[in-house]
Unconditional design. Structure first.
Length: 749
């Protein structure tokens, strides 16, 4: 028994010694192989690692050998690399490093090889497995997010137009790869995608949705694992914007700008998302910051060169002939003329342009071809007409009628009044204007775009921080009471309360009102900005069929001139905006000849002290009037109707008295017949029909001591038919023989 036991022990020791020798030798070859790999001595590394595996197959040696073959960029070597990484995973299935390597290799194979159609699915599988084993693996999360984002963009809003009479099956495809390869790499890939990806609008929506979910969750993991890497923040925000959810991306970009305040792309993407969610104040700040961080070349492209797209239809060949300083002056005037709101510190039209350029650069740039997004056909359309409200992507259409061919991918952009098509004609991501025979759209977009550049060189609908609302308003001009060189302009406007207010109570309505007179070069000739907290209860009037309005009046003192008059309101509670803009002439009142002011339609005219929120007209004679205007010009028998106007430079006789007559004519707009009604007031002298003009007329005689007279009348139109009327006031100076007149329109209900 002792002899047998000794023999057993000796055999066991011999076996252990042999195993240790094998392990030691395998480990020796492994270490030497890794050293050779690190020194990029790939041939020695292959030999040494293969010897290590021959001595004792191990996952780590297989992994290192896979890395050796990965270093050679040929498809043949990458296939061998794939074999070895699979062996490594088989030997050690729970090593996240091996799965990540396989995922990266598979993804590269997909992009590199003509026939590696399924490897992208391998990459997805390996990245997901990597995250299962190591939830902190940022690389796997970023790569998985990138695949999801690319697929989402490819299949979102996609349809398939299949013109193939005899579509092939996947089996047909796989048995004729050599034929497909001869068609070209891009064509081969598109044929494969067409026949293996989901078909139909519903299927595309689900596939796009699943891809979006994969990208979103993966990027969130990447951000959690490495908060200082800007890439996942930017890409996550981008897919939110593409999915019409820009508000979701803003918190991530705000965090990124706090962590990396010098990151230009973060500020630019945040500005884009802010603008898309109507946060214009924030967008302005972020664009300003992004431009500061740009290189001089980037800044010139963004703020200067991109504007040439808009100027070219106006300047034509002169665009390239002007020097830079001249063109910059033209650009400055161009933006000023298009600023829709003077109350803000920024130009909303310029913000829109920045958004269009940023969008085009982020969506349409092709870095591998050196193409900048705003310079492409799609970018040009965005700069001219804005981000398209509706986009449909038509997938490649496979046709096998004789020679297999594919109709190129086509995008259809639909605006309310126009449609564009763009085709990825060369299958490289550079979309150009669609033309018949190439595009999957029937019309010639290239010709259409050139024609439209002449007839409609640009389009812009103002976008503000808050909603747009309407405020009825009118303008009335009077001779300035202090200086003959100026004119008093009053803007009268009405605010409809959004709650029931007790009669006579003030209505809290915080807002800023602005009146701006702008010349043809967009210089401000005069302006007045006012912050208002409440509207006064004693200025409330009732409008037939519309309810009550709180009236307020603000004035602008300006020199006589012509230009554009802009009346603007921004209310505090929601940043809602109301604007009225149009050509306007500030009147020049004579200092010597007979003249008169505009006619004001009012709900009340009172004598006495000044009343806030109304037109208050004190004159040297001391006759102070307070006029409560009705900016709608709508009256009925239940509302008082007053008219107020002033007469200037009346001649005086030797006794210092004036002598003039006024004729008030009321005529239904668009009709010739006589209307029946009556006029009553403090100055009524005579009433009758003016036969030669076929309308109602009232003539009054005046003799006063004042060279400048304030006149008001109360009109009683209770017997008048409902409709729109023209009211004319004619003044004749009986001493000088001079005449003047003014007219206005009103609506009677």
């Amino acid at each position: 028994m002792k002899i047998q036991y000794c023999v057993f022990v000796m055999l066991l020791l011999t076996s252990l010694s042999y195993t240790q020798t094998i392990d030691s030798l395998a480990n020796y070859y492994y270490k030497q192989g890794v050293t050779a790999l690190n020194m990029k001595n790939y041939d020695d590394a292959k030999d040494l690692l293969k010897k290590s595996i021959d001595e004792n197959e191990s996952a780590k040696a297989e992994y290192q050998l896979a890395k050796v073959y990965r270093a050679d960029t040929s498809h043949y070597s990458w296939n061998i690399s794939r074999k070895h990484i699979k062996n490594a995973i088989k030997l050690d299935p729970n090593n996240p490093q091996y799965h990540l390597f396989y995922g990266l290799l598979a993804e590269d194979l997909f992009h590199y090889s003509w026939i590696e159609f399924d490897t992208i699915e391998d990459a997805i599988k390996q990245y997901k497995r990597t995250l299962e084993l190591d939830s902190t693996n940022e690389t796997a999360a970023n790569r998985l997010g990138g695949i999801g984002a690319e697929r989402f963009l490819k299949y979102n809003n996609s349809i398939q137009v299949d013109g193939n009479e005899n579509p092939g099956s996947r089996t047909d495809l796989q048995t004729s790869l050599s034929t497909l390869i001869r068609q070209g790499r891009s064509l081969t890939r598109q044929i494969y995608e067409n026949e293996t990806m989901p078909q139909g609008i519903t299927a595309f929506k689900k596939y796009a949705g699943d891809s979006f979910d994969m990208a979103e969750s993966s990027y969130k993991i990447a951000i959690k694992n490495d908060s200082l890497n800007p890439a996942p923040y930017l890409k996550l925000a981008s897919i939110y914007e593409d999915n019409n959810e820009p508000l979701k991306g803003i918190p991530y970009l705000l965090k990124l700008t706090r962590l990396l305040p010098a990151n230009k792309e973060a500020h630019l993407e945040l500005a884009l998302l802010d603008y898309r969610t109507s946060l214009l104040d924030s967008a302005y700040f972020e664009y300003k910051k992004a431009i500061e961080l740009m290189t001089e070349k980037e800044k010139k492209d963004f703020t200067y060169n991109s504007v040439k797209v808009l100027l070219q239809p106006y300047l034509k060949d002169k665009t390239d002939q002007l020097n830079e300083n001249s063109l910059k002056q033209i650009i400055n005037i161009f933006w000023k003329l298009r600023d829709p709101l003077n109350l803000t510190n920024y130009n909303e039209r310029l913000l829109e342009h920045y958004t269009r350029v940023a969008y085009a650069d982020l969506r349409f740039s092709v870095p591998k071809l050196g193409i900048t997004g705003w310079k492409t056909d799609r970018g040009t359309v965005v700069i001219r007409y804005g981000i398209p409200p509706e986009v449909v992507r038509i997938r490649p259409n496979i046709v096998r009628k004789g020679l297999t061919k594919t109709e190129a991918k086509t995008e259809i952009w639909t605006y309310p009044d126009k449609t564009f098509s763009f085709t990825d004609q060369f299958r490289n991501g550079e979309y150009i204007y669609g033309v018949p025979g190439v595009s999957q759209y029937w019309d010639d977009t290239q010709k259409f775009a050139e024609d439209l550049k002449i007839t409609q060189p640009e389009e812009y609908h103002p976008k503000y921080d808050g909603p747009v609302f309407f405020v009825p308003n009118t303008a009335a001009q009077f001779k300035d009471l202090i200086s003959d060189k100026y004119t008093d302009l009053f803007i009268n406007y009405g605010i409809k309360p959004d709650e029931k207010i007790n009669k006579g109570k003030n209505y809290e309505y915080k807002h800023t009102a602005g009146i701006f007179l702008i010349d043809s070069y967009s210089n401000k000739l005069a302006e007045n900005k006012i912050d208002i907290d409440s509207l006064y209860g004693n200025n409330e009037i009732e409008i037939p069929d519309s309810g009550n309005l709180f009236i307020n009046t603000e004035d602008l003192v300006a020199r006589p001139d012509s230009g554009t008059l802009s009346f603007e309101i921004i209310r505090d509670k929601d940043k809602g905006v109301s604007t009225t803009r149009g050509k306007f002439k500030i009147r020049s009142f004579s200092t010597s000849s007979l003249d008169m002011s505009d006619i004001v339609l009012a709900s009340l005219v009172e004598r006495g002290p000044e009343i806030a929120g109304r037109i208050n007209r004190p004159i040297p004679s001391g006759k102070d009037y307070s006029i409560l205007p009705n900016p709608t010009g709508i009256f009925s028998k239940d509302q008082d109707l007053y008219i107020y106007y002033e007469v200037y430079n009346l001649a005086q006789n030797e006794k210092g008295s004036t002598d003039f007559q006024q004729t008030i004519i009321l005529k239904k707009k668009g009709e010739e017949g006589i209307s029946v009604g009556k006029l009553v007031g403090s100055v009524m002298k005579f009433f009758g029909a003016n036969d030669d003009e076929q309308q109602i007329g009232l003539t009054s005689q005046y003799q006063t001591k004042d060279k400048e007279s304030q006149i008001y009348l109360q009109l009683d139109m209770s017997n008048y038919d409902p409709g729109n009327y023209i009211l004319t006031v004619k003044i004749k100076d009986n001493i000088s023989g001079k005449e003047t007149q003014q007219q206005t329109e009103l609506t009677w209900k």
